[in-house]
Write a protein that binds this ligand. Sequence first.
Ligand SMILES: Nc1nc2c(ncn2[C@@H]2O[C@H](COP(=O)(O)OP(=O)(O)OP(=O)(O)O)[C@@H](O)[C@H]2O)c(=O)[nH]1
Ligand SMILES: [Mg+2]
Ligand SMILES: [Zn+2]
Length: 292
Amino acid sequence: MNKIGIITKSQKELYFVVAEDKEYKCKARGVFRDKNIKPLVGDKVKIQVLDDDNAYIEEVFDRKNFLIRPSIANIDQILLVSSLASPKLNYTILDKYLLMLEHFSIDVKIIINKIELASQEKIDKFKDIYEKTPYDFYFTSASDGQGIKEVEELLKNKISAFAGPSGVGKSSLLNLFSEDFNAETGNISKKTLRGKHTTRHVELFQLDSNSFIFDTPGFTAIDLSFIEDYKEVKEYFRDFDEFKNSCKFSDCSHINEPSCAVKKAVEDNLISRNRYENYIYISKEIQDKRRY
Ligand SMILES: Nc1nc2c(ncn2[C@@H]2O[C@H](COP(=O)(O)OP(=O)(O)OP(=O)(O)O)[C@@H](O)[C@H]2O)c(=O)[nH]1
Ligand SMILES: [Mg+2]
Ligand SMILES: [Zn+2]
């Protein structure tokens, strides 16, 4: 018997597939290895049911999109979770992640969790920077419940993924949305104030018939090696879009050229200086890597 399902977890060569409200442990047919297709969590698949618990994956349907880190497929949006305190926010890593999602054309919302721990000064700094970007952001606390209703609205009828550094509360947030969810959560290290990588594997949770959420392991660094040329980077800073056509040179990199409308917008506080400096930093980093 064949069924259509969705991969919710994978452990080495074993895939967990939920089809018609039942979970099957599946192996992939050798045909995938020949074609060099590795099924991903989030993939829609056709399975051949062997018995009550076991099945084979026969076919992986075409993907809407996928990411390698975290390894997930068919994502409607990333909810990029960070915190301002415990752990404190690394703005460069945040901007790198936003850039990566622009590259892969995946919608993103920023969630700042543990907001009850953040000083007003840190909140103001964050707002000041990201209000000038196209990204929506939400302040939440998985501990005292603020902002959770708004995030719940975002999840409706979508496949969302919680992504972000370790220890910011991705799994804690997820667990708030259903009594059935029991993603493992862990403390952050007292010494380094960083997370301990509690979530080790991607897992897809079903909220209702139309809404799914990926929990993903925390990341520490972002690998931008998919960017071929540092000149691409400026395209991914969407806050430059409004200004870049007014630069004197049509191929302006907004770094050293005269009469640059982007640099002017930074001076006029219309583009955040923090974002602009990360733009330069990231461009240089990619340029340096390519040189060797
Ligand atoms: N004060 C406070 N603590 C929180 C909040 N949300 C989560 N925590 C705590 O932060 C710690 C880490 O939470 P997790 O949910 O495991 O974090 P994670 O982002 O899933 O981390 P990884 O799985 O390692 O990537 C736990 O001790 C949580 O109880 C919050 O809003 N406020
Ligand atoms: Mg986790
Ligand atoms: Zn320019």
